[in-house]
Design a protein around this ligand. Structure first.
Ligand SMILES: [Zn+2]
Length: 241
């Protein structure tokens, strides 16, 4: 079964991520022949129409887009219609499923039950270093007057510090996100994003972490590091009811 984030006060939110068993969800990476069927089957479990999905042409940047009903279906049936130069979405509109696709990068789920409003971010190391969490939280504030102290946040499956080895010349703006173990250097992507969230005003107790590692979770998830070009993508989404 897909993992669902069971936030407290989640009466207006559906938030979940797929696993490898649900199949490749990408229309552009990995084996794509069954991707539309995979999306349909996965989203049907939540009574969501896969044709209304909003997807992004992810570029490892910090651009977050406020999605409205006008965007419904962008990238749902073909990659080309995905929203360009975008690594995250927010919305306050119901029945508008917002998706990101990952295989090692960290999916960050955001939810403000008081508005209600929701967001989803694609946080690889570049976007994390550039603070995409702050960009998403700021846009929610600008559009909906969302108070970061009211936000609930969650992390889906990603490559974790157990497996995310980086080279000696890898430069990080955040030394605390890099640590040394048995002579090698590792990055802690989740901890970096946790810190970015807290610095942006999210309460630590409102951050929920699946703690799942895409690399070492016994083939439960696609991993770009493990499978390279053959890797499919998991789909993470939020949808307000
Ligand atoms: Zn691991």
């Amino acid at each position: 079964m897909p993992k669902v984030f069971d936030f407290p006060q989640n009466n207006r939110l559906i938030a979940a991520f797929s696993s490898k068993a649900d199949g490749n969800m990408s229309l552009s990476y990995g084996a794509t022949a069954d991707s539309l069927d995979n999306r349909k089957n996965f989203l049907e479990k939540f009574k969501i129409d896969y044709r209304s999905l909003v997807c992004a042409k992810q570029v490892h940047g910090v651009s977050v887009v406020y999605a409205t009903q006008n965007d419904a279906g962008q990238g749902a049936l073909d990659y080309e219609s995905s929203i360009a130069d975008c690594d995250g979405f927010i919305t306050d509109q119901p029945n508008l499923p917002l998706a990101i696709l990952t295989a090692d990068c960290l999916p960050v789920f955001l939810y403000n039950p008081k508005i209600p409003a929701a967001g989803i971010l694609h946080a690889g190391w570049r976007s994390s270093e550039a603070n995409i969490c702050s960009a998403g939280i700021k846009l929610m504030h600008d559009k909906f007057k969302s108070d970061p102290a009211d936000l609930l946040a969650a992390f889906g499956p990603a490559i974790r510090s157990c497996c995310y080895e980086v080279s000696e010349d890898f430069k990080s703006n955040f030394p605390f996100a890099i640590f040394r173990r048995a002579g090698s250097r590792y990055m802690d992507l989740a901890n970096l994003n946790r810190t970015q969230l807290i610095n942006a005003g999210v309460r630590e107790e409102n951050i929920f972490d699946s703690a799942l590692c895409t690399y070492c979770s016994k083939d439960a998830f696609f991993s770009f590091r493990k499978e390279a070009k053959a890797a499919g993508r998991m789909l993470s989404f939020v949808s307000l009811t």
